[in-house]
Design a protein around this ligand. Structure first.
Ligand code: GTP
Ligand code: SPV
Ligand code: MN
Length: 599
């Protein structure tokens, strides 16, 4: 196939990679439906994909990964900046020259027996001043079809690359060359010790080896839109954040835009698609995972969603918890590591009903019965859904200008200590809240080990492409730049438990908390001052129609001073590792909080 571009830089890079990786053929992708259907048909024929029941789930497919390749691998993820101190204490670092030498050895001949796909894609609306043009080279057809949904794949991107002579190169391989006559495995990948998810932030370059799953392989997402973009954003004065974006409209038609940062598997997709239970208030989704934000001409902060689809956690997605996500994947969807039922539909744990016929094929591609008590879907099983198929997608979701953010929300999964909601006194305390956010680990990363709690600044720990201390300083700097136009900051915790039960019903009911935030932005309600921030007065978050005993509400709203003091000590110990890169404003905030707790 002749290359459909005249850009020499791109042609040279493709030729150089092909020479190193020796694929059997090169296919230039165009993002068309014909291409999608052809690749799916090939994968169905090879046994990698399962075509789902056309009546129940039109145009949809299921995949089972290798049991060793089911989530991001943070221990194998590297920020290879030229200087080690620029990667900072939260990232793995290897000297870029050394890492490239190691990876070149692995890349040598790694696409033998396979096709190398050239995927031109844009993160953000094609041609938008905030968007980025990129090329992913991959030997995984699964990656190609997922990129079709998650990014904007089009030959129009090649025209922009020709015009600008610029693109972000993203190289990916599953790391499993095929010898002559060797039969392929259902989900080829490399052993964990050979996997590398490598970023070279000074060169805007991504090299990924050995995994075919999610953020390890769909390089537009975490690698480009967060790690590489966060480093570029620091240099260029904008923000790339692990945040959902939603629009909340009140009965009078006034629109509020909320960007919220929760760690992986802590509720972003759910909040982004929330079905409001507050009469007259409505949520529309703009993004569920990543926000790119720039100050606009009016001095406010404008956000776009750089993605075009949702790569969402399947388990627990039900009619009751997230009907909009279910609707989004009712057609044109890809499912990875869920149960395939006997009539070729999908099922997962806590989908709201038992598995039809009592079982099917589990995520390991084995016959499975629900009565076995074993989980049928992997806890990090995912759906890939077209954003435009979501019934509550915001009509302005792909407006290249973005939406002005009024409210930042931070949070994580904490079964104790952290109340349902509190508000920062000012933006600087908001930055402190975001920077000391903490969460209990989830299934979204493979190798976090046996930790009970981790600090996860702005839910970005695994995604900051540079020194986390400089990143915190960047937040303070953005606050100064935005001045009184900076969003108001809040901290939430939907996950407090008592006797193993959630105290707060969560999901749609979280709209009650969002409404309180909007009332605060408008100055409609007063709040009470506590050592940790401003909290709702009784009655300002209505509990009508909820069955929450008074003592539970008290627990949800309690500031446990002693537990908080312990948290401050933990935060100090955690922040100590930032050394002289810790912003002075962080220490100031710690001291102030401690003084308020001791008062
Ligand atoms: P990533 O895609 O990994 O970044 O995850 P995410 O932050 O989008 O998380 P998601 O919305 O998929 O939620 C993860 C898990 O949290 C699911 O099991 C949800 O059911 C659960 N969850 C989300 N919101 C709530 C809530 O308000 N209350 C409770 N109890 N659980 C929730
Ligand atoms: C996350 O882990 O935060 C995800 C899934 O959104 S992945 O794309 O695999 O990173
Ligand atoms: Mn995420």
């Amino acid at each position: 196939m002749s290359a459909p571009t005249t850009n020499q830089k791109l042609l040279d890079w493709v030729a150089e990679v092909a020479e190193m990786t020796t694929p059997d053929q090169i296919v230039w992708c165009d993002g068309s439906k014909e291409e999608y259907d052809r690749l799916m048909a090939e994968m169905v024929a090879s046994g990698m994909a399962i075509k789902l029941n056309e009546e129940k789930r039109p145009n949809s497919y299921a995949f089972n990964s290798d049991p060793s390749d089911v989530a991001r691998v943070e221990g194998r993820t590297y920020i290879a900046s030229v200087k080690e101190e620029d990667a900072g204490p939260t990232n793995n670092w290897i000297d870029p020259v050394e890492l490239k030498a190691t990876m070149r050895k692995l890349y040598k001949g790694c696409m033998k027996g396979r096709t190398m796909y050239v995927i031109p894609f844009s993160m953000g609306p094609i041609g938008s001043p905030i968007a980025k043009n990129a090329i992913e080279l991959t030997d995984s057809p699964y990656v190609v079809v997922n990129m079709h949904i998650m990014a904007r794949v089009s030959q129009d991107v090649l025209r922009l690359i020709e015009k600008e002579d610029d693109f972000i190169p993203c190289l990916h391989t599953v790391g499993a060359p095929l010898e002559e006559g060797q039969e392929d495995s259902r989900w080829p990948c490399a052993p964990i010790e050979d996997k590398y998810i490598a970023h070279f932030p000074e060169e805007n370059l991504i090299w990924s080896y050995g995994s075919g799953y999610g953020g390890n392989a769909l390089l537009g997402k975490k690698c480009l839109a967060l790690r590489i973009a966060s480093a570029a954003a620091k240099r260029e004065g904008w923000m790339a954040e692990h945040m959902l974006i939603l629009r909340f409209t009140n009965p009078e038609g006034k629109k509020f835009h909320v960007a919220a940062a929760f760690p992986s598997a802590c509720g972003k997709t759910n909040l982004a698609m929330l079905q409001s239970t507050v009469p007259g208030w409505k949520v529309e989704t703009i993004g569920d995972d990543i926000a790119w934000m720039k100050p606009g001409a009016d001095g406010r902060l404008y956000a776009i969603n750089p993605e075009a689809g949702f790569f969402g956690v399947a388990p627990f997605t039900s009619e009751e918890t997230n009907p909009m996500a279910l609707a989004a994947c009712s057609k044109d969807a890809i499912f990875t590591n869920v149960v395939v039922t006997k009539d070729k539909d999908v099922w997962w744990e806590d989908m709201g009903y038992d598995c039809p016929d009592g079982g099917g094929t589990n995520w390991k591609n084995e016959a499975w019965l629900q009565s076995s008590g074993e989980k049928g879907a992997h806890p990090n099983s995912r759906f890939t859904a077209v954003a435009a198929n979501c019934p509550c997608i915001c009509p302005d979701w792909s407006d290249p200008a973005g939406v002005p953010i009024d409210i930042f929300v931070f949070g994580g999964k904490r079964t104790s200590t952290i109340p349902l909601v509190h508000e920062a006194f000012d933006f600087e305390q908001g930055v402190y809240m975001g920077a000391t956010a903490s969460s209990e680990p989830t299934a979204a990363a493979l190798d976090l080990g046996n930790v009970s709690l981790r600090f996860d600044p702005f839910a970005m720990t695994p995604f900051i492409g540079y020194h986390a201390g400089d990143y915190m300083q960047h937040w303070f700097d953005m606050g100064e730049k935005l001045g009184d136009k900076a969003p108001k900051c809040f901290y939430v915790n939907w996950f407090q438990k008592d006797d193993g039960k959630f105290l707060w019903p969560g999901f749609g009911e979280n709209s009650r908390v969002l409404k309180w935030m909007c009332d605060r932005v408008e100055g409609k309600v007063e709040a009470r001052e506590t050592p940790i921030g401003m909290m709702p007065l009784d009655g300002d978050i209505t509990l009508d129609g909820l069955d929450i005993p008074a003592e539970d509400w008290e627990k949800l709203m309690k500031v446990d001073t002693e537990a908080y003091k312990a948290t401050v000590n933990d935060a100090r110990a955690y922040l100590a590792k930032f050394g002289d890169k810790l912003p002075a404003k962080m220490t100031e905030q710690l001291d102030k909080l401690e003084a308020r707790l001791n008062a």
